[in-house]
Each structure stands twice: as structure tokens, then as C-alpha cells.
Design a protein around this ligand. Structure first.
Ligand code: NAD
Ligand code: UDP
Length: 389
């Protein structure tokens, strides 16, 4: 399983084994990145997080062949003096730590801004001061709304890609007003991007910024009441999975007309590994990582997930599989939405030759098979328990 032989980068040069300080390694993306690095490369990981449930299988048992290449440090980067030392021990730091669930942006805007900007500051500073390379995880949400969304609904220009395709170097960042606290996350991410870019320009920091476009797959978020709080609201994949597991209608926020492109986590992780191992091609760049061919409205996503889940679980769909809900009711005051997110793939294609492979149907089939296998029994038991009076 571990890598053997000499690995070459895209320019045919041997890749030297490195130590990676991965902050937020215990999350959804981190868990897949840890697997990829341990199973396919000789690199070592210093895994930092407050939780490790999603990477437990990599930490135990200690007899696994990769066990000496991953070290878990339970650290909250808000206040832990060990952070700088761990960054110094590594060749590369990857920062994934964040509050990144939309339900938090308008209800916990302070935590959101602190997590995505203030807490990321020391990481950037330590990398810059110690001449360490940084790969920082931002978000496609920094683009905000498309230019096209401000055109009259019947304008033919809405069909023109230059009004909606999102390009790293040319598209503006368009957010709503301050009282629309939804944008607290996007704005904090934008400012940390600007700071990293400035550290590169003024102090020579070697950086890469990643803008994920709705990466989805196994281990994303939690199922409320099973491995997360009953009242918690995760991202759409887990919300809809939860509804399907409980045989409840899927809730379409404001009619589910917003559009998203979804990329399979395993495709996206390939792109990150290319960035890790091709520093000369990745340094100084901001990369969109998404799948422009997997675009659907949220309503279409709900319909497809209903069909796929019925196939993998063998249960017939509900007679009315979806239900409309207002954003105020679902997320509370201050919610707003991105209308459409299609990544321009020119830069990542040119620099790293990366392209996503997995269709939306296929990625939903493997993900919902995982959800069913992992949660169906626990949900059944939770539902059958009498409610305490
Ligand atoms: P996640 O919530 O699953 O992972 C984040 C991890 O960071 C969690 O394990 C959390 O415990 C950890 N963390 C948070 N604050 C911390 C702190 N103070 N100290 C230590 N650890 C801390 O989210 P994810 O989907 O894996 O996202 C990772 C990154 O990618 C985030 O920066 C997010 O903004 C960005 N992103 C992801 C997507 C996506 O499609 N999944 C989309 C846009 C942006
Ligand atoms: N959404 C929905 N029902 C849900 C959860 C989310 O209609 O149960 C919508 C949400 O309003 C947004 C889209 O699905 O338009 C994607 O939401 P997600 O939580 O994945 O985050 P985003 O893509 O907005 O960052």
C-alpha cells in the first residue's frame, strides 16, 4: 500500500519525501488527504486537530505499515504554543481548519470570522517567518454572487459564460450587505487570501491557495442525532442524507433554485496531491478545484439523491420526496445565497494538468452507499427509541 520506488513530479524530477503539517487533518477533506498521502506516498504527516474520529482508522492499530508516518497532535490552534514548533518541523503546512458550515455564518458570525481569519493569521505568520511553504484552503464562496445574477431575468447575457464562469484572476468578489451575515465566512476567507498573497509579494512566502467548489463524499459533516448534535445543520449532502435515512422529505431552501457544481472528494484530493508534489508549478497560484460538468440546481440534486438512495437502499421513494422551506425558517435571519458556481478550469489545467473524472450520478452512488451502510441501522434504532416525556 505504501509507495515504493522513485516517484517523479510532472517535470520528471524525483519527489523527495517530506513532512507535512496538516492543520484540520481530522475533518472531511483532511481525512481523505491523510489516506492519500499515507497510502500512495512516502511523506510524513503531523496531523493537528481538536478531533480525530475521522482518522482513527489511520492512527490505530499502531502496527499498520504507515503508523510511523502519521502523528496526531490534539491542538486547538486558537491557543496552543506548540503550533510554531510543529510548523518549523515540517517542510510544508496545509491549513484546513475552519468553521465552514453555512448554518453557522449568520448565526455565529463572530466565531466564523475568528476561525477563518484571526485563527489563520499565526499560521501564515509562522510559515512566512520560518520560510515554510503554505497550502491554504479558501473557498469558492469568495466569488460570492455572479455578475449575471444582477441582470434582468430575461436578459440573453445570462447565457453568456463571461457573466457567470468564475475565474481566479479576473472574476470579482461580490457579496451582499453587512446585515446579510451569510457573507461573514466569504469575507474572512477573502481577507486571509489577500494577506497570504501580500506575504508572497512583500516577504516571499511560498504559497498556494485552494478554492474548493462543493467537494462531497463519505465522511462529510455528520448525521444530526447520530454522530452530531440533533439540532445541528450540516451542509447539503448531509442534510439530504439525513432526510433520506429518516424517510423525511428533503427540504428545498427558497425553492432549491440555486445552482452548484459538485466534485467527488477523491478526484479533488488528486488535485491537492499534485499541488503538494509540484511546488514549482503550484507556488504563487490560486486554484479553483471543482467539476464544471456536474452542475445541478439544489432541487435537481434532491431528485437525483432520492433516486440513487432508493437504488442503494432498496426502499421506494416517498410520494412527496421534497418540501419547500424559506431560508429564514431554515437558516434564520441574515442568510443569503450564491446563485451559481461554475469553476473556470484553465489555470489548474495549465499548471497541473488536472481534470475531474467522476459524474454526479456515480459520486452520489458511492457516497450514498457509504451513508446507508454507515448510518441506516443507527438511524433505525434512534427512531424506534421512545421519546422521553
Ligand atoms: P471540516 O469541518 O470537516 O474540517 C475542518 C477541520 O478543522 C475539523 O476537523 C475541525 O475540527 C478542525 N478545526 C477547526 N478549527 C480548529 C482549531 N481552532 N484548531 C484545530 N482544528 C480546528 O471541513 P472540510 O470540508 O474538511 O473543509 C476543510 C477546508 O476546506 C476549510 O477551510 C473549508 O473552509 C474549505 N472548504 C471546503 C469545502 C468543501 O466542499 N468541503 C468548500 C469550500 C471550502
Ligand atoms: N440547501 C437546501 N436544503 C438543505 C441544505 C441546503 O436547499 O437541507 C441549499 C442551500 O440553501 C444552498 C445549497 O443547498 O443553496 C448548498 O448548501 P451547502 O450547505 O452545501 O453550502 P454552500 O454550497 O451554500 O456553501
Amino acid at each position: 500500500m505504501a509507495a515504493t520506488g522513485v516517484r517523479l513530479d510532472l517535470d520528471g524530477r524525483p519527489i523527495k519525501p517530506m513532512t507535512i503539517c496538516m492543520i484540520g487533518a481530522g475533518g472531511f477533506i483532511g481525512s481523505h488527504l491523510c489516506e492519500k498521502v499515507l497510502f500512495e506516498t512516502p511523506h510524513k504527516i503531523l496531523a493537528l486537530d481538536v478531533y480525530n474520529d475521522k482518522i482513527k482508522h489511520l492512527l490505530e492499530p499502531e502496527t499498520q505499515t504507515w503508523a510511523d508516518r502519521i502523528q496526531f497532535h490534539r491542538i486547538n490552534i486558537k491557543h496552543d504554543s506548540r503550533l510554531e514548533g510543529l510548523i518549523k518541523m515540517a517542510d510544508l503546512t496545509i491549513n484546513l481548519a475552519a468553521i465552514c458550515t453555512p448554518a453557522d455564518y449568520n448565526t455565529r458570525p463572530l466565531d466564523t470570522i475568528y476561525s477563518n481569519f484571526i485563527d489563520a493569521l499565526p499560521v501564515v505568520k509562522y510559515c512566512s517567518e520560518n520560510n515554510k511553504r503554505l497550502i491554504h484552503f479558501s473557498t469558492c464562496e469568495v466569488y460570492g454572487k455572479t455578475i449575471g445574477s444582477f441582470l434582468p431575468t430575461d436578459s440573453p447575457l445570462r447565457q453568456d459564460p463571461s457573466y457567470y464562469v468564475l475565474n481566479e484572476n479576473t472574476s470579482p468578489c461580490i457579496f451582499g450587505s453587512i446585515e446579510k451575515q451569510r457573507w461573514s465566512y466569504a469575507c474572512a476567507k477573502q481577507l486571509i487570501e489577500r494577506l497570504i498573497y501580500a506575504e508572497g509579494a512583500e516577504n516571499g512566502l511560498e504559497f498556494t491557495i485552494v478554492r474548493p467548489f462543493n467537494w462531497i463524499g463519505p465522511r462529510m459533516d455528520f448525521i444530526p442525532g447520530i454522530d452530531g448534535p440533533s439540532e445541528g445543520v450540516p451542509r447539503v449532502l448531509a442534510c439530504f442524507s439525513n432526510n433520506l435515512l429518516r424517510r423525511q422529505p428533503l427540504k428545498l431552501v427558497d425553492g432549491g433554485q440555486s445552482q452548484r457544481t459538485f466534485v467527488y472528494i477523491k478526484d479533488a484530493i488528486e488535485a491537492v496531491l499534485l499541488m503538494i508534489e509540484n511546488s514549482a508549478r503550484a507556488n504563487g497560484h490560486i486554484f479553483n478545484v471543482g467539476n464544471p460538468h456536474n452542475e445541478v440546481t439544489v432541487q435537481q440534486l434532491a431528485e437525483m439523491m432520492t433516486e440513487v438512495y432508493s437504488k442503494v437502499s432498496g426502499e421506494p421513494p416517498l410520494e412527496s420526496p421534497t418540501i419547500d422551506v424559506s431560508s429564514k425558517e431554515f437558516y434564520g435571519e441574515g442568510y443569503d445565497d450564491s446563485d451559481k458556481r461554475i469553476p473556470d478550469m484553465t489555470i489548474i489545467n495549465r499548471q497541473l494538468g488536472w481534470n475531474p473524472k467522476t459524474s454526479l450520478w456515480d459520486l452520489l452512488e458511492s457516497t450514498l452507499t457509504y451513508q446507508h451502510r454507515t448510518y441506516a441501522e443507527a438511524v433505525k434504532q434512534a427512531i424506534s427509541k421512545p421519546v422521553a416525556s
